[in-house]
Design a protein around this ligand. Structure first.
Ligand code: SF4
Ligand code: SF4
Length: 328
């Protein structure tokens, strides 16, 4: 039997709910739509006035603004985002796709990010009304300090998320700068205001992991406890392969995040979203709690894959089980 949830029942702040737009975020996300279409920006718009939930996005920053951990992390991230980038220098360096990946792997050993992968840009990932001309997206993964995330939904977890978004921005700028100094144009894409392209689909495509029931990516090494950033470029990196670890099937038999989610936003079954059957979090249920708790992160913290040392063993166990299973 599930443990009693200390955050239920959840009553949203009426001041926040007064800002709710007429259109549902689930409608914007395409819940129930059976035909594929481009994603629309539902939240974290660079200019909140451009999205229906913009007033709620502004309200997010009015919760506990003087909290010293949050304020320090936000200031540090703003400084990183404001740092200038080098211009593109000289003729583009020439390497084979394999050599480009080797060069990035060598760069990554001295850089401050935990994972990287490459996917060819798929126009289906580009937000409606935006244009991406580059052919490659280099995806970067930055792990949270799990002990901080485990405090969710306290402000300390929210501050850790901001810290990692800052580190993710710095990493994307570092990779983009490295490419520009080799003569290739490169555009950093940093969350949560990614502006042009959704980051989870390329992260899935380049082998970071699988989508969990809680709507976040799960990787065996870091669980769901990491952030993404990316670099758009034409440097001809070799795509890294999509990988599966049995996580999708595991989620179909686990309900830890469902039980832990304070506003009961996590659905037990996959749903149709813009022509794809997938795990989906009810945006309208999640957002009020998310906003009131500096970004919540409870589902990320409780996911068994996120606990340090658990995910890799779990993936190995699932792989052994799959090997033993009789062929269909
Ligand atoms: S808590 Fe369980 S169901 Fe939820 S994402 Fe993690 S593994 Fe999947
Ligand atoms: S982030 Fe949203 S989906 Fe996850 S536990 Fe919090 S309210 Fe639920």
């Amino acid at each position: 039997m599930a443990k009693p949830n200390p955050f239920r029942p959840f009553t949203p702040d009426p001041a926040q709910m007064a800002l709710k737009p007429a259109v549902s975020g689930n409608t914007i996300n395409g819940l129930g739509e059976t035909a594929p279409r481009a994603p629309r920006m539902v939240y974290w718009a660079p200019d909140p006035d451009q999205i229906p939930h913009g007033a709620m996005q502004r309200w997010f920053y009015k919760v506990d603004p003087d909290n010293p951990h949050l304020a320090k992390a936000r200031e540090a991230r703003a400084r990183l985002l404001a740092e200038p980038m080098p211009e593109v220098e000289g003729m583009p360096a020439q390497r084979s796709p394999h050599e480009w990946n080797e060069a990035l792997a060598a760069f990554a050993t001295g850089a401050d990010f935990e994972r990287w992968g490459v996917a060819p840009v798929d126009p289906a990932w580009v937000y409606e009304g935006q244009q991406v001309t580059q052919s490659r997206v280099v995806v970067l993964g930055l792990a949270h300090d799990y002990d901080q995330i485990a405090t969710a939904p306290a402000a300390s977890a929210g501050a850790e998320v901001v810290r990692q978004y800052g580190r993710a921005a710095a990493a994307a700028k570092a990779v983009a700068g490295w490419l520009r100094r080799q003569g290739w144009s490169a555009e950093p894409v940093t969350g949560p205001m990614t502006t042009k392209i959704a980051l989870i689909p390329p992260a899935l495509a380049c082998g970071f992991g699988e989508l969990g029931k809680h709507g976040s990516l799960i990787n065996p090494e870091h669980g769901a406890s990491f952030r993404l950033s990316a670099v758009l470029t034409d440097a001809p990196f070799a795509p890294t392969p999509r990988r599966e670890f049995g996580i999708d099937d595991f989620c179909s038999r686990c309900r830890v995040c469902e039980d832990a989610c304070p506003p009961e936003a996590i659905a037990p079954a996959k749903q149709m979203v813009r022509g794809t059957l997938k795990w989906y979090v009810d945006f309208e249920r999640c957002l009020p709690f998310f906003n009131q708790t500096h970004g919540c992160a409870v589902c990320i913290a409780v996911c068994p894959w996120s606990r340090p040392g658990v995910g890799l063993n779990l993936a190995a166990k699932l792989a052994r089980r799959a090997e033993r299973a009789p062929a269909p």
